[in-house]
Design a protein around this ligand. Structure first.
Ligand code: NDP
Length: 434
């Protein structure tokens, strides 16, 4: 705490991991002797920089840019960039810290990092977003590279932003280095399935959890929060498996659509027009309603997929969901469930898939994009999706087996933390005091 004052989200993420580690340290004393736990909490490098840019009226704005290169024991730093006004060092460090374990869980050769800016892209023109991205990359380019650090998207950073960032990287370095960023467009080095991967993967993970109890998505009433990249593809996948998804949200409120979210309309409003979620309810008509206050977690449902942002599902929401008979929760977003809510779900025997495991499909497919870039190849949708499905099943099985091995059967939080830590710790100890 004294070393990292005022970084509440980072403390929360570290606490959550450390709570699981008692039995690991008892069994592997080398972890304590080599100070792996102290080292893993200290980023290898953190970069904070000024991002000046001009708006369409010629006014000058100054934002702050971040890249936290947390851990490279398993491979080049890998993790997204977030553009949102709430971004500060504590958020970037929590995300970067979680990314270390998540990336280890995928079994791919990638380390952990994260970055972003307090820039708010909402309401900005394409030209403004482009100028911001170009200015951001004008500093970031010197810190990243195919073998060093490979950023991707996150909240506020999608295909448009990755395009502008890649263009500026190429222009400054005079290198067509496809593997420097992931989430690229298909015609210039992107991978099929990458846009869908996080949402699809979250549902695949939840499906594996449900299977352990002889259940599936078929016939479930599913609550999804958010209406961005992760939420949209989680909704699509859950619907394909026979579920009725009855909610979606954004920062202005949420919609309840008892007949099931009409995905094409949601995508038109949110992805094409970059509009507000209320417009979905207005155009959908029928029984769909927009509600400005409260949260999706007040709506009855059997499976909850939080896909918006950190700490969006707290203890009072968890109690509501339990009253309504929720049987499974899988985190599409990073740390959307507070510690109290997580405990309530676990105590009640609800299947709970933590983000580190449940949303790892995005970064895993980013690593598949890197593989395609390195071999100058591009794979079919079916092949890439099958690789993603295999990775998600194996993450699920590894977490379940580890939880069992350490005497906490069904505890996917402990399973994910311990599996991830052991992979990174072994590599760190083998590589000496780094
Ligand atoms: P997007 O920017 O595409 O969408 C984010 C969604 O969440 C939007 O609907 C947004 O609403 C809503 N949201 C964001 N902040 C808030 C807030 N403070 N309060 C209420 N709603 C909010 O981001 P993604 O879908 O990519 O990311 C969503 C989550 O998934 C994040 O936690 C991210 O870290 C995580 N994640 C993403 C991965 C990816 O591949 N993209 C990979 C793994 C995890 P509005 O439009 O009003 O801002």
């Amino acid at each position: 705490l004294a070393r990292n004052p005022g970084e509440a989200e980072f403390h929360q993420a570290v606490d959550e991991v450390f709570e699981s580690l008692g039995p690991v340290v008892a069994r592997h004393p080398g972890i304590l002797e080599s100070a792996v736990l102290e080292r893993i909490c200290e980023p290898e490098r953190q970069i904070i920089f000024r991002v000046p840019w001009t708006d369409d009226q010629g006014r000058v704005h100054i934002n702050r840019g971040f890249r936290v290169e947390f851990n490279s024991a398993l491979g080049p730093y890998k993790g997204g960039l977030r553009f949102h006004p709430s971004v500060y060092l504590g958020i970037v460090k929590f995300l970067g810290f979680e990314q270390i374990f998540k990336n280890a869980l995928t079994g791919m050769p990638i380390g952990g990092g994260k970055g972003g800016s307090d820039f708010d892209p909402s309401g900005r023109s394409d030209a403004e977003v482009m100028r911001f991205c170009q200015s951001f990359m004008t500093e970031l380019y010197r810190h990243i590279g195919e073998y060093t650090d490979v950023p991707a998207g996150d909240i506020g950073v999608g295909g448009r932003e990755i395009g502008y960032l890649f263009g500026q990287y190429k222009r400054i370095t005079n290198r067509y280095e496809s593997g420097v960023l992931t989430g690229k467009g298909l015609s210039w080095g992107g991978s099929l399935v990458r846009p869908e991967a996080t949402g699809f993967g979250t549902v695949m993970f939840a499906q594996e959890m449900l299977r352990t109890r002889g259940q599936s998505f078929d016939g479930q009433t599913v609550l999804v929060s958010g209406s961005g990249n992760v939420a949209i593809h989680a909704i699509g996948r859950a619907q394909k498996l026979g579920a009725t998804v009855v909610t979606a949200s954004d920062s202005s409120g949420y919609v309840v659509d008892p007949d099931g979210i009409e995905l094409d309309l949601l995508r038109e409003v949110k992805e094409v027009e970059r509009g507000r979620i209320s417009e979905y309810a207005e155009r959908r008509g029928g029984r769909a309603r927009f509600i400005a206050k409260g949260s999706v977690w007040e709506v009855p449902g059997t499976v909850a997929l939080p896909c918006a942002t950190q700490n969006e599902l707290d203890g009072s929401h968890a109690k509501k969901l339990l009253d309504h008979g929720v049987i499974a929760v899988a985190e599409g977003a990073n740390m959307p469930t507070t510690a109290e809510a997580t405990r309530l779900f676990q105590d009640a025997g609800v299947l709970f898939g933590p983000g580190k495991a449940a949303n790892a499909g995005g970064v895993a497919t980013s690593a598949l994009e890197m593989q395609q870039n390195a071999s100058r190849d591009s794979w079919t949708f079916e092949y890439t999706e099958e690789r993603l499905a295999r990775i998600m099943t194996s993450i699920h099985d590894d977490c379940a087996a580890t939880a069992e091995e350490y005497g906490m059967p069904g505890n996917y939080v402990a399973g994910a933390n311990i599996t991830g830590l052991m992979k990174v710790a072994e590599a760190m100890m083998a590589q000496g005091l780094i």
